[in-house]
Design a protein around this ligand. Structure first.
Ligand code: GLC
Length: 571
C-alpha cells in the first residue's frame, strides 16, 4: 500500500501539533492485519453513497467514473474495502434501494463495463469492493412487479410478492394493520382491488421469500456479482425477508423500524425462518474462491443478533447501538463491552459504525443535548440547542474511539472530512420518501447525503462540473478534501494518521482490556499495548503513565492532561 498520511510520533507537549511526523511505510504491516485472520475481521471499510460521491460527467449525480477517479484518494486514506450503496438500475424512489434490475447498473451511474473496471482498479490499489444487495423488496419498475400487476389474481406472477385481498366491505381496507417504516399503512391497493405489501415506500413492494423462484433468483444474482469479483455483500434489511404467512395483525403496530424490529415473535421482522435463506447464500459465497464475506443490516435485539453470526450464516452484522448512543461514557462503555463479548462468543468480531446514509452525521449528532431525538430534531428544533463546536470536537474524539476498537470499522463518505449534517436543506429539494410519508414531521435522510466537496470553488466545490443534486451548505469550500489535505490540524489528516496508526497498533489482535470506565472517562488497552482514552466530562483529566502520545483528536494544552471532549492514543 502507499502511505502519504502522517502520524504523531513525538510525546505530546504544550503547543504540539496533534499530527506531525510521517510514518515510515516500511514499518507497515500487511493490509490484512496479521495475515492469519481474514481481511474483513479487522478491516476498515469506507461507505460510498455513489449518488453523492463524485460526478465525472457533470450531470449533478455521482457516478462510477467519478468514484474511479478518487481511488488514489481512498488508497491514500488507507481503507481496506469500499461498500457501495445500491448502484443497480432504479427509479431512485428510495435512493436506489428500489431495484428495477439486480444485474444492471443504473444509467445515471454508468454501465456494467464501468462497474467491472472499478472492481479491477480497486483491486489493483489493494482495495476490496462490497456490493449492497436488497432482497426484501424490489422496485415497482422491476419486470416481476409489472408482470404481477398485469396478471390476474392468484397467478404465479402475483405469488412472487405479498398480494392479498383486503378486508371490510368490498375489500376496501388493508389486509393487516402493518405500518410502513417510512410512515403510513404498509399496503397499497392495485387497480383490481387487491393490495400489495411494502414495508418501506409504496415504490418498494416486498418479495415473497416462501416462493422458491425468489430464492433461486437471488442466489443467481449473488453468483452474477461474485463472478465479477465482488468481495462481499452488505445485505439490506437482513431482519426482513420472511413474513408470517397467516398475516396476523400486530398487537402494537408501530412505524418505528427500531422499536418494531426488537419485539419478540414479530409478524414481519427477525423471523426464525429467514436463517435457512442466509445459510443458502453463505454456501454460494463459500463455493467461490477468496475471502468473500456478507455483512448484515439487522436491526434486532442483542440477544437475537448472534443467530445471524452462526458459522454458516453472516460473517458480520453492524452494531448500531454505538451509533444510537449519546455522548456518554457509561452508555458507550456498556455497548462496547457487550458487543465485544457477544462477538467473541460466536467467533466473530464487532462491526462498528458511527455514521451512514440513514442517520444524522456524527459531527451534528454529538452537538445536540443528550437525549435529543435527532431523527425529529431538524423538523422540531429547538435549533439553538445545537452546539456546533462541541459536536465537531466530540466527532473527532469519537473517530479515535471507533478506530481503536477491535474488529472492523465502517466509515461513511465525508466522515473523514468532519462534514456536518445539512439539516436545514430547503424543503423543495428534499428527496427522501420519509419527508412526504411522515406528513412533513420528519425531514428524512437527505442531510447526510449532500454531494461531497473535493476542491473549493465552482458550482459544487469539485463534486462535478455543475451543481450537485442537493445543494451544499455555505462554508463547505473550507471543508473540501483538497483544502484539508494541506492542513495538519484538519479532520482528514486526523483520520489519515489514525488509520495509519491503526494498521500498526490496532489490527494484529482482537483484545480489549478496560483501564478506566467511569462516569466521564473511558480508557482501554489493546493487545499491542495501544491505549485509547476518551474524556467525555467537562473538566480535563490526568493521563495515565505513558511513553508516547501517538495521536490526539485536538490540541492539548498540557502534556499530562486530556482536555474535555477529546481522545488520545497512548503507548
Ligand atoms: C435500509 C437502507 C435504507 C433504505 C431501507 C429500505 O435500511 O439502509 O437506506 O431506505 O433499507 O431499503
Amino acid at each position: 500500500m502507499s502511505v502519504n498520511a502522517s502520524a504523531t510520533v513525538e510525546p505530546m507537549s504544550s503547543g504540539a501539533d496533534p499530527i506531525p511526523a510521517p510514518v515510515d511505510a516500511s514499518q507497515m504491516g500487511p493490509a490484512d492485519g496479521d495475515g492469519a485472520a481474514p481481511w474483513w475481521r479487522r478491516g476498515l471499510v469506507y461507505q460510498i453513497y455513489i449518488r453523492s460521491f463524485a460526478d465525472a460527467n457533470g450531470d449533478g449525480t455521482g457516478d462510477i467514473n467519478g468514484l474511479r477517479s478518487k481511488l488514489p484518494y481512498l488508497r491514500d486514506l488507507g481503507v481496506d474495502a469500499l461498500w457501495i450503496n445500491p448502484w443497480y438500475k432504479s427509479p431512485l424512489a428510495d435512493g436506489g434501494y428500489d431495484v428495477a434490475d439486480y444485474r444492471a447498473i443504473e444509467g445515471r451511474y454508468g454501465d456494467l463495463a464501468d462497474a467491472e473496471a472499478l472492481i479491477t482498479e480497486a483491486h489493483d490499489h489493494g482495495i476490496r469492493v462490497i456490493a449492497d444487495v436488497v432482497p426484501n423488496h424490489s422496485s415497482v419498475e422491476h419486470t416481476w412487479f409489472t408482470e404481477a400487476v398485469d396478471s390476474p389474481k392468484g397467478s404465479p406472477a402475483r405469488a412472487r410478492y405479498h398480494i392479498l385481498d383486503g378486508r371490510g366491505p368490498g375489500g376496501s381496507l388493508p389486509p393487516t394493520n402493518w405500518q410502513s417504516v417510512f410512515g403510513g399503512p404498509a399496503w397499497h391497493r392495485l387497480p383490481d382491488g387487491q393490495w400489495y405489501l411494502h414495508l418501506f415506500a409504496p415504490e418498494q413492494p416486498d418479495l415473497n421469500w416462501t416462493n422458491p423462484e425468489v430464492r433461486d433468483e437471488f442466489e443467481a444474482v449473488l453468483r452474477f456479482w461474485l463472478d465479477r469479483h465482488i468481495d462481499g455483500f452488505r445485505v439490506d434489511v437482513a431482519h426482513g425477508l420472511v413474513k408470517d404467512m397467516g398475516y396476523p395483525d400486530l398487537d402494537n403496530a408501530t412505524t418505528r423500524m427500531l422499536a418494531s424490529s426488537k419485539l419478540p415473535n414479530h409478524a414481519h421482522w427477525d423471523r426464525d425462518d429467514l436463517h435457512e435463506i442466509v445459510r443458502r447464500w453463505r454456501a454460494v459465497l463459500d463455493s467461490h474462491s477468496g475471502d468473500r464475506m456478507m455483512v448484515a443490516e439487522a436491526w434486532v435485539s442483542p440477544e437475537r443478533l448472534p443467530l445471524y453470526l452462526r458459522t454458516d450464516e453472516y460473517h458480520q452484522s453492524f452494531n448500531f447501538d454505538l451509533l444510537e448512543a449519546g455522548w456518554d461514557a457509561v452508555e458507550m462503555h456498556d455497548i462496547i463491552d457487550t458487543a465485544t463479548k457477544a462477538a467473541a462468543n460466536v467467533g466473530s468480531t464487532p462491526t462498528w459504525v458511527l455514521s451512514n446514509h440513514d442517520v444524522m452525521r456524527a459531527t451534528t449528532r454529538y452537538g445536540l443535548p443528550k437525549g435529543t431525538d435527532w431523527r425529529s430534531w431538524p423538523a422540531t428544533g429547538p435549533h439553538d440547542a445545537l452546539d456546533v463546536a462541541a459536536g465537531a470536537r466530540r466527532a473527532r474524539a469519537a473517530a479515535l474511539l471507533l478506530l481503536a476498537l477491535p474488529g472492523s470499522a465502517y466509515i461513511y463518505q465525508g466522515e473523514e472530512l468532519g462534514l456536518p449534517e445539512a439539516w436545514d436543506l430547503p424543503d423543495e429539494v428534499l428527496d427522501d420518501p420519509v419527508w412526504e410519508r411522515s406528513g412533513h414531521t420528519l425531514r428524512g435522510r437527505d442531510g447526510c447525503r449532500v454531494p461531497l466537496p473535493w476542491a473549493p470553488g465552482g458550482p459544487s466545490n469539485g463534486f462535478g462540473s455543475g451543481p450537485g443534486w442537493l445543494p451544499q451548505p455555505a462554508g463547505w469550500d473550507r471543508l473540501a478534501a483538497e483544502v484539508q489535505a494541506t492542513d495538519p490540524a484538519s479532520s482528514l489528516q486526523l483520520f489519515r494518521s489514525a488509520i495509519t496508526l491503526r494498521r500498526l497498533h490496532g489490527v494484529a489482535d482482537e483484545q480489549l482490556d478496560w483501564v478506566t470506565a467511569d462516569e466521564t472517562v473511558l480508557a482501554f488497552r489493546r493487545g499491542s499495548g495501544l491505549t485509547c482514552m476518551v474524556n467525555y466530562g467537562p473538566e480535563p483529566v490526568a493521563l495515565p503513565p505513558h511513553r508516547q502520545v501517538l495521536v490526539a483528536s485536538a490540541h492539548q494544552s498540557r502534556p499530562d492532561r486530556l482536555e474535555p471532549d477529546t481522545a488520545v492514543w497512548l503507548r
